[in-house]
Design a protein around this ligand. Structure first.
Ligand SMILES: Nc1ncnc2c1ncn2[C@@H]1O[C@H](COP(=O)(O)OP(=O)(O)OP(=O)(O)O)[C@@H](O)[C@H]1O
Length: 310
């Protein structure tokens, strides 16, 4: 597992990572989320020894990455902007990495097949598309069959099939008992991939909890109900202590659950055309939590007009 303790990284006056502590456990996909500039890449670089912490520590399976004799066997990492020699073929690139870590060539062919690059393994990587480059980076990460896998924005540049492939791969690596840490800007994708979340903002941990708990604590939910007699229903719900927002024949209800809403309507003989619970997405929960810690925020568009009957 990965254990970060009071991890801090300063660049001059700038604090990129500010006393971050978290544990990434085996058997789960842990999503690493944060707005632009939150410190995700810096943290991941410190995990694999590419950056030195200013203070604090991060260990992988109890040891510092830099102390590992064969690092690719300890942690597999895909980091953004990986330097590739453009004139080298994909196969030659992986063989070179394998040789420097005491990994047999047969494993190169295995990972090429695993990431779907077998047919283009003889092509120069300088000609690779962004998506092919990402697959090659993932192949390199898996080369040493490592117990810990760190993927920074692995779905960047991938098409929908590729995105789904990364999701399945991450989940199967976790199911094999590995420790998997994945960052992504695609919240809908993260919601499908990760079962645990570490959220950072301005270099600090904002949340560290299982995905369902994060949604429950940070996502708003309300009952949506449609009725041709929405005005009467709104009045009834309000008298029962609900907060009600009306937009035409649609009501958004908070403070009273869907079952009670249905019972109240039935008791008063009011027809319903729709009744259900709406829970906001991971993206909305994330936006709510990190609203105060974004570096670059655009002005929000005006909210659509709704009639409030309270
Ligand atoms: N080498 C560096 N020198 C100076 N400042 C840096 C350096 N690397 C990162 N930073 C700063 O540290 C902060 C955290 O950057 P980092 O790249 O870790 O964030 P991130 O969460 O990965 O962001 P993004 O999602 O935009 O990639 C940013 O303010 C960034 O400008």
């Amino acid at each position: 597992m990965i254990v970060a303790t009071d991890l801090t990284k300063r660049y001059g006056d700038r604090v990129a990572v500010d006393g971050v502590s978290f544990t990434v456990r085996p058997g789960h996909v842990t999503g690493f989320l944060g707005p632009n500039g939150a410190g995700k890449s810096t943290t991941m670089r410190m995990v694999i020894g590419l950056d030195r912490p200013t203070s604090g520590t991060v260990t992988v399976d109890g040891a510092r990455y830099a102390d590992s004799p064969a690092p690719l066997r300890a942690v597999g990492a895909l980091l953004e902007a990986r330097a590739l020699h453009p004139g080298r073929t994909a196969r030659a690139h992986l063989r070179w990495l394998a040789a420097s870590n005491g990994i047999p060539d047969s494993r190169v062919e295995e990972v090429l097949g695993l990431v779907g690059l077998g047919a283009v393994a003889g092509q120069r990587v300088g000609r690779f598309s962004l998506g092919m480059g990402q697959r090659l980076g993932i192949a390199a990460a898996l080369l040493g069959d490592p117990p810990v896998v760190v993927l920074d924005e692995p779905v960047n540049g991938l098409d929908p099939e590729g995105i789904r492939w990364v999701r399945t791969l991450a989940r199967s690596l976790a199911a094999e008992g590995r420790t998997v840490l994945v960052s992504s800007h695609l919240m809908s994708e993260m919601a499908l991939t990760a079962d645990h979340l570490v959220v950072i903002g301005r270099g600090r941990v904002l949340a560290d909890c299982p995905m369902p708990q994060f949604i429950a604590e940070h996502a708003a939910s309300f009952v949506r109900v449609r009725s041709p007699r929405a005005g009467q229903l709104a009045e009834l719900l309000r008298r029962s202590g609900a907060d009600v927002t009306r937009d035409g024949d649609e009501l958004h209800v908070q403070g009273v659950d869907a079952a009670t809403t249905g019972e109240l309507a039935a008791g008063a003989g009011l027809a319903l055309h729709e009744l259900g619970l709406v829970t906001s997405s991971l993206e909305e929960a994330f936006m709510t939590l990190t609203a105060g810690s974004v570096e670059y925020a655009a002005a929000r568009p005006a909210a659509p007009r709704t009639e409030v009957t309270r």
